[in-house]
Write a protein that binds this ligand. Structure first.
Ligand SMILES: Cc1ncc(COP(=O)(O)O)c(C=O)c1O
Length: 416
């Protein structure tokens, strides 16, 4: 089955699109939900919910093993979802798409497997950046701890942009991997990943991009970027939780040993020795999240209805409008002012803890995130315990930003 990318794209109309997301019609604390925590997870269109219901209601069977109708149907749907992911990110081959639980598991897989492939030796270095999510720090520490390799951290400036000069100086013959976030979840910074890859490759160093925040906003082309690894989670791109993607170039996936052992990843097993299946199956031990994969495929079909540029344009409008409106609130400071930003506004208000902001505006049905956003080093960099963060998806509206601004004024009055 070939994936469906319609010739004629659906016109972007935010009010009409909101009807596709049933949760956006619900009330919270008696008020219409204003959902501005899309960087944590996105909401699901009815098409994704229907795909999950259809699978569990009519099509449920285990995949790859059965020679009967339902098993073959489920296998075809799951493998079609892999093809949809391949097309979404323009990978060279479906075998470069490994299904995992999410971005976190993808990075753990690469860390564990590269380590066991003896890609790193004592004294080698891995370059990450100051603005990494914990999931692009801790797996390397676990692995580095064992192998005594060193994590080197690319600094950022006060605006929240990577110091590319420092990066150029830090990369050397000891560098064995660069692993950086494409878009920062706590600052919204869009990193110059193509440039990073060019520089790293000129030193013969492979690059992993954490695309968890980029995939819902941008059209990603891993071949154009020349990324060696690209990871993301389904739930941030309007799909289900518990499913995610590791893209890896064939040459790396072929060379890397399996991450976990079990059923479905082997070719032959004896008590003495096991041989493994081809990529990507050798990385997919056990029964996978079949419904999750199918749901992710439905989310990709949903996105494919649109001209992605129209969605980006609307999100850019929300970012610009939100930045303008929030900046006018006395005492409010936006954290992260990179020239290239996407869909995230982190902020603090003089004299008010972010938790208080989040809790008070929740009484008006407004959902934003407060805390360190799993990026404690960046909080330390700005000397903050936490920020409040509003993050947008294409279904958000200007009116919702107005409600956020009103909510913040209400918080300020309470603390005045
Ligand atoms: C930039 C970034 N990387 C990685 C992750 C981890 O994603 P997950 O928890 O879905 O594995 C997140 C989640 O917020 C993120 O924002």
């Amino acid at each position: 089955m070939i994936t469906t990318i319609p010739e004629v794209k659906r016109k972007f109309d935010v009010e009409e699109i909101r009807n596709d997301f049933p949760i956006l019609k619900r009330l919270v604390n008696g008020k219409p939900l204003v959902y501005l925590d899309n960087a944590a997870t996105s909401q699901k269109p009815q098409a994704v919910i229907d795909a999950l219901t259809q699978y569990y209601t009519f099509d449920n069977a285990n995949i790859h093993r059965g020679l009967y109708f339902l098993s073959e149907l489920a296998t075809e749907q799951y493998e079609t979802a892999r093809l949809k992911v391949k097309e979404l990110i323009n990978a060279m081959s479906v075998s470069e798409i490994v299904f995992v639980r999410g971005a976190t598991e993808a990075i753990n897989l690469v860390a564990s497997s590269l380590c066991r492939a003896k890609h790193f030796k004592d004294g080698d270095e891995i370059l990450i950046s100051y603005m990494e999510h914990h999931s692009n720090i801790v797996p390397w520490q676990l692995m580095c701890g064992r192998k005594k390799t060193n994590l080197k951290v690319i600094p950022i400036n006060d605006a929240g942009e990577l110091d590319m000069d420092a990066f150029g100086k830090m990369i050397n013959e000891k560098t064995k991997l660069v692993s950086v976030v494409h878009i920062s979840n706590s600052l919204g910074t869009v990193n110059p990943v193509k440039k990073i890859i060019e520089i790293a490759h000129s030193h013969g160093v492979p690059v992993l991009l954490d695309g968890a925040q980029a995939i819902p906003h941008y059209k990603i082309d891993v071949q154009e970027l020349d990324a060696d690894f690209y990871v993301f989670s389904g739930h941030k791109v309007f799909g289900p939780t518990g499913i995610g993607v590791l893209y890896g170039k064939t040459e790396f996936l072929e060379m890397m040993p399996p991450y976990q052992g079990g059923g479905d990843m082997i070719r032959t097993v004896t008590f003495e020795e096991t041989t493994f299946d081809d990529i990507p199956r050798k990385f997919e031990a056990g029964t996978p999240n079949i419904a999750g994969g199918i749901g992710l495929g439905a989310a990709i079909d949903y996105l494919n209805q649109f001209d992605r540029n129209e969605l980006i344009e609307h999100e850019n409008f929300l970012l610009q409008y939100g930045t303008e409106q929030l900046s006018q609130i006395p005492g409010l400071r936006i954290i992260g002012n990179a020239k290239e930003k996407a869909s995230v506004i982190s902020f603090v208000i003089e004299g008010i803890h972010p938790y208080d902001i989040g809790t008070i505006i929740d009484t008006d049905g407004i959902a934003i995130r407060t805390g360190h956003h799993c990026t404690q080093p960046i909080m330390k960099r700005y000397n903050l315990p936490a920020t409040a963060r509003a993050s947008f998806a294409f279904y958000n509206t200007r009116e919702e930003i107005d409600k956020l601004v009103l909510g913040i004024h209400k918080v300020k009055k309470m603390f005045a």
